[in-house]
Ligand binder design. Sequence first.
Ligand SMILES: *[C@@H]1O[C@H](CO)[C@@H](O)[C@H](O)[C@H]1NC(C)=O
Ligand SMILES: *[C@@H]1O[C@H](CO)[C@@H](O)[C@H](O)[C@H]1NC(C)=O
Ligand SMILES: *[C@@H]1O[C@H](CO)[C@@H](O)[C@H](O)[C@H]1NC(C)=O
Length: 398
Amino acid sequence: MLDLVLIVFVAVLGLPWLSYGESVMKYGAVGDGISDDTSALQKAWDSACNGSSKIGSVYVPAGKVFLLKSLHFTGPCKLKPLIFTIDGEMKAQSDPNKWQKGENGIIPWLIFERVEGLVLSGRGLLDGQGKGWWDIHCRDHPGPNCIWLAPTMMTFSNCRNVILKSLRFRNSAQSHILVMGSQNVHIKDVKIKSPEISPNTDGVHITSSSDVSITHSDFATGDDCVSIGDQVHNLSVTFVNCGPGHGVSVGSLGRGGTEVEVEDIRVAHVNFTGTTNGARIKTWPGGTGYVRGIEFFDIRFSNVQNPIIIDQFYGCAPNCVQTEKAVHIEKVKYMKMSGTSRTEVAMKLECSGKNACSNVFMRDIDLSPANGIGSVSSTCSFVQGSTQGTIRPSSCIQ
Ligand SMILES: *[C@@H]1O[C@H](CO)[C@@H](O)[C@H](O)[C@H]1NC(C)=O
Ligand SMILES: *[C@@H]1O[C@H](CO)[C@@H](O)[C@H](O)[C@H]1NC(C)=O
Ligand SMILES: *[C@@H]1O[C@H](CO)[C@@H](O)[C@H](O)[C@H]1NC(C)=O
């Protein structure tokens, strides 16, 4: 509990005097953008994690650029919380040949593992320099030497009580932020920016985690702004701008017949601008388990391809065969959503005949055609639920 109180205290007031004391320069970092500062930062972390002061801190000073390869910020630490302040710029090594493969081929850039109590903030910039990776990605450059997996910019693995605040992220080789196996992670005031054409550059991907919040943040990416994987409970995404990007996606889930448990997701006060999807839930045929208690509230769409979409046939087109199983989608609320659709089907709820979507509720929906589109409509299959207020285009929920 003490560490939580401290975290809140530090998050509100900041502790610059502490941070400056533990500058990475003390550990031999150069900060000229050319020298490799990986080992200096690693030493700074190890000492902060298990040093002799009362509160561990790492400080990355402003006005400098640190060129870095993989860093493992591993706990548990003796000291908590850890105060990690980034005011300068951290740049990932841009040449894929200079990276070593990690476990299962997965390469983290900055990974926090088993850390309990972390405040990560500052005015700094993290630059993934991902272009070298995008240029060999199999999606756009198929061939014998293409790659599917590239470094994730920042990973929280098996962490608890984390605050990530006010940093800017750009051009990740793959996902910008990955939260896995973690509890009580709060992301606030971050800005994430990568080109629309960059492959798999999710803003935040969350999996096997609970009590996570993302708020007051802006995402412009080549993939989902926020993507929600399996075993996620109690996540809120609020006051977010998304676009360009693929929207806020629950899924894809249930691939290869896996059992899914996703519950209590709230997405509110979100603007989608020029995205391919808005509020999206996608599952693979053949999965089991549930996605339930999903709420979308106060959402604005501007020129979005699929503003509201449930797709229980993800990944199987064009040859979808009806399997015996489907992930059960239930208790989904869509409320106070308005704006323009770039395609005619503004609301598309395609559920499986083997396991219909149930308890779907809509209230006050007002979608109109974007420039160049004649009219909008809705399509449903196997959707049970109810509506209140005005629903435009008219609802097809039964
Ligand atoms: C810090 O100390 C803890 C507990 O003694 C230990 O488990 C951990 O491996 C140490 N971490 C580092 C980075 O030295
Ligand atoms: C859900 O997570 C929030 C933090 O984002 C926490 O304050 C709240 O207590 C959690 N709710 C439940 C029911 O655990
Ligand atoms: C969303 O757009 C509206 C209208 O432009 C704006 O008032 C609101 O602040 C935006 N939301 C966020 C989270 O920036």
